[in-house]
Design a binder for this molecule. Structure first.
Ligand code: PGA
Length: 247
């Protein structure tokens, strides 16, 4: 369902005590927001974070999972493991996972399907590299990635899915896509989803150096439904300003 969503991606940052302090600081700052607030935290913070968000409007996600049910996959975490402690969301296919941990369109698709089968809601990431952008391949790359990532999903699955467009060259670099460029890319993703499923009733977020200063310009574009925020999601104060972009 299309709605405004602001999701934080803490990456490999924050210890459990810091996660608890963060939630306690953030909750009063965002309690009146109509936008959906999600924080995607490291595995070791999940349990503490979930306990601390009770009675708030903050939702919690993981940053990765394996697509297999269980078995000899040392170091991996399954969808059931996340679901049984009440994790609601899971980021799938972040460019750092694709780049450093060999995730492919195929494994991304397996993870997306498994997350949905287990009742988790995936936040599916796509985005082009600088090289691809400079070669004029942005739209080709991202429409192909989204088509493969969502392959085999039902309409019901789609209604439980969020997409994030994150140009790789904009992540953690301080370089943000212009609001017009981000909107054009997201429009292309939306059209691809519409041609595949007959509907584009899905939230598509922008990610890549989102901060309090640029959130409003980006999130009020016609096709952008909010953001996936890395660096600026690590402080309750800056993250709350992004959540409250419309205040
Ligand atoms: P950034 O990261 O906001 O620090 O650029 C975004 C992301 O990787 O999700």
């Amino acid at each position: 369902m299309r709605r405004k969503v602001i999701a934080g991606n803490w990456k490999m940052n924050m210890l459990p005590n810091e996660a608890i302090d963060f939630v306690n600081a953030l909750a009063p700052l965002v309690k009146d927001s109509k936008n959906e607030v999600i924080i995607c935290v490291p595995f070791t913070d999940l349990f503490y974070t979930l306990l601390t968000v009770q009675d708030t409007n903050i939702h919690v996600g993981a940053q990765n999972m394996h697509w297999k049910e269980n078995g000899a996959y040392t170091g991996e975490v399954s969808a059931d493991m996340l679901k049984c402690i009440n994790v609601e969301y899971v980021i799938i296919g972040h460019s750092e996972r694709r780049q450093y941990f060999n995730e492919t369109d195929e494994t991304v698709n397996l993870k997306v399907k498994q997350s949905l089968a287990k009742g988790l809601k995936p936040i599916v990431c796509v985005g082009e590299s600088l090289e691809e952008k400079e070669a004029g391949k942005t739209i080709e790359v991202i429409t192909s990635q989204i088509s493969k990532a969502l392959d085999g999903l039902t309409l019901d699955d789609l209604s439980n899915t969020i997409v994030a467009y994150e140009p790789i060259w904009a992540i953690g670099t301080g370089k943000t896509a212009t609001a017009d460029d981000a909107n054009d890319s997201i429009k292309a993703i939306r059209n691809e989803i519409k041609s595949k499923f007959g509907t584009d009733d899905i939230s598509i977020l922008y990610g890549g150096s989102v901060k309090a200063e640029n959130a409003k310009e980006l999130f009020t574009m016609s096709d952008i439904d909010g953001g996936l925020v890395g660096g600026a999601s690590l402080k309750a104060d800056s993250f709350s300003k992004i959540v409250n972009f419309d205040k």
